[in-house]
Ligand binder design. Structure first.
Ligand SMILES: Cc1ncc(COP(=O)(O)O)c(C=O)c1O
Length: 388
């Protein structure tokens, strides 16, 4: 019997090795892995470039306290600043920590300009920002918060897509709107570019901050470094994690100069955040993602994948409701019984994962090639015929 607590409904399958887009189970089966640790292994399993980088760093220095200067974290922060909207970075270890830090940055900014009453964060109902106490209450989800009271106060909610409800929910106490640019767990729901532009305008008008959670959709997954870049807007604060570590636990909160002014010495910290080992991997991930043509390739290959999936949808209009997503953050929304579909895909050796609204999440590594996508397409077609 497992000594692990039962907070996960784990599948029996276990793996001993991974290489690129594939996983090898302990009983000798090969799977096409289009989960990739839920958008974590951005460069696939056992990426040789990442292995080299982490090995080199491991021989020199694993960890030093943030009480000292860490050149590797200075470098990663500078590179993120150079390539994005951000002026300053705080490193963390996970997505929940990064989103929680984002909330702290927003509140602290208003405190620092003499408006401490502006401390509430407006979020989407049934969104996902992590599993810490604050972030579960940010989600506005009954399922995630049940039994974890007393409620962490400071969050208000509106329904995804309901602009009137959103505008009404903004009060004098609102500090920021925090949304996922593309809702991952919530069913791969994309905020359209015109809505993002509207959100930015509204935040400017109301003098509140815009936090875009790019923990799942960021770091190249959409085909741009950040998914919001398609809209041309600039947020104030962006938490990231998952893909930036390529499989190593690493998170960060990116912010502009204005809001960073509140984060004076002693206001936030993390023992591990920004340690040399994590930073060596983060820098190596950026080396690859910022390589000329890398993101263009994600855009091209994902266009092919979306086209092929839409062809399947058109052939099976009673089974597949919608192909959702941007780039390689893909959702196949079914009319019913997504669990059975996922199991069937797995029987044919394709790994995918559920999301809300009967959606199957398909998350190949950003290094996926056409042949691998063709394997997936063939399996998905087979399952559609099976379940017709
Ligand atoms: C949008 C978003 N924010 C935050 C998180 C939390 O990240 P972590 O599980 O690393 O704490 C996730 C995780 O799935 C996520 O998808």
């Amino acid at each position: 019997m497992s000594a692990l607590a039962k907070n996960y409904n784990r599948r029996k399958i276990a793996f001993k090795k991974g290489k690129g887009s594939f996983l090898y189970s302990i009983n000798g089966k090969k799977y096409l892995d289009f989960v990739q640790g839920i958008a974590v292994n951005s460069l696939g399993h056992a990426n040789p470039y990442l292995i080299k980088a982490i090995n080199k760093q491991a021989k020199n220095l694993w960890h030093v306290s943030n009480a000292f200067t860490i050149p590797e974290s200075e470098r990663l922060a500078k590179r993120l600043v150079k390539k994005t909207f951000a002026d300053f970075i705080i490193f963390q270890n996970s997505g929940a920590e990064a989103t929680e830090a984002a909330i702290k940055v927003a509140r602290r900014y208003f405190y620092s300009i003499g408006q401490p009453q502006k401390n509430r964060i407006l979020c989407v109902k049934n969104s996902f920002h992590g599993r810490t106490l604050a972030t579960i209450f940010a989600s506005g989800s009954k399922k995630m918060t049940e039994g974890f009271g007393p409620k962490v106060d400071g969050f208000d909610h509106f329904t995804f897509g309901d602009h009137k409800e959103l505008e009404k929910a903004i009060t004098k106490k609102t500090a920021a709107i925090m949304v996922e640019t593309i809702m991952g767990e919530g069913g791969i729901k994309v905020i359209p570019d015109w809505c993002l532009k509207g959100l930015r305008k509204m935040c400017n008008k109301k003098k509140i901050l815009l936090i875009l959670d790019e923990v799942q959709c960021g770091i190249g997954r959409s085909g741009k470094f950040f998914a919001f870049e398609y809209s041309g807007i600039k947020p104030d604060i962006v938490p990231i994690a998952k893909g930036i570590g390529g499989g190593f636990p690493l998170g960060a909160v990116l912010m502009n100069k204005k809001v960073a002014s509140g984060m004076t010495a002693g206001t936030h910290g993390s023992t591990f955040g920004g340690n040399p080992l994590a930073m060596s991997v983060g820098n190596a991930v950026l080396d690859q993602i910022f390589k000329k043509g890398f993101l263009k390739n994600v855009q091209n290959i994902s266009k092919y994948f979306h086209t092929e999936l839409n062809k399947i949808k058109n052939k099976h209009p009673k089974l597949i409701k919608e192909v959702r997503g941007v780039g390689l953050l893909i959702g196949l929304q079914l009319f019913k019984n997504q669990k059975k579909f996922i199991q069937k895909l797995m029987d044919y050796k394709l790994l995918t994962i559920r999301a809300a609204e009967n959606t199957i999440r398909i998350l190949p590594p950003l290094t996926v090639n056409k042949q691998e996508i063709d394997i997936a397409i063939k399996i998905i077609k087979k399952v559609c015929v099976n379940l017709k």
